[in-house]
Design a binder for this molecule. Structure first.
Ligand code: SF4
Length: 112
């Protein structure tokens, strides 16, 4: 879920109009509303389903990476502060593999 409220003050980007989550309740993508962290498989599956077949999956991953978003499901990943580096690496990898040039540059610098 792209958090576009005042708490984050992050700007709109054109690809957001095509997001699967556009118009859905924000709370659906709040990681606190996913299955318990003790049920890791269920949690991952629930997050993946929220973003399945989203046409802007890669753009979302790059956005979440750039803006260091945590606490939301982004590109099918329940981005959690406690596992932030791992999740950031996953987001960057998704964006780079999808061909986002800036993400590829970032990855080549060894960033994540
Ligand atoms: S990948 Fe998920 S969170 Fe990102 S725009 Fe698509 S549906 Fe929304």
């Amino acid at each position: 879920m792209i958090p576009l409220d005042d708490e984050f003050r992050i700007g709109l980007e054109p690809w957001m109009d095509r997001a699967k989550c556009k118009g859905r309740p924000t709370e659906d993508y709040d990681i606190d509303n996913l299955p318990s962290p003790l049920l890791v498989a269920n949690r991952r599956q629930a997050a993946a389903q929220l973003c399945q077949k989203c046409p802007v999956f890669a753009e979302c991953a790059w956005y979440a990476y750039r803006y260091r978003i945590v606490g939301w499901v982004m590109a099918g990943i329940p981005v959690k502060l406690q596992r932030n580096e791992q999740h950031r690496a996953q987001l960057l990898g998704i964006a780079a593999r999808a061909g986002i040039a800036d993400a590829q540059k970032e990855l080549s610098k060894g960033a994540a």
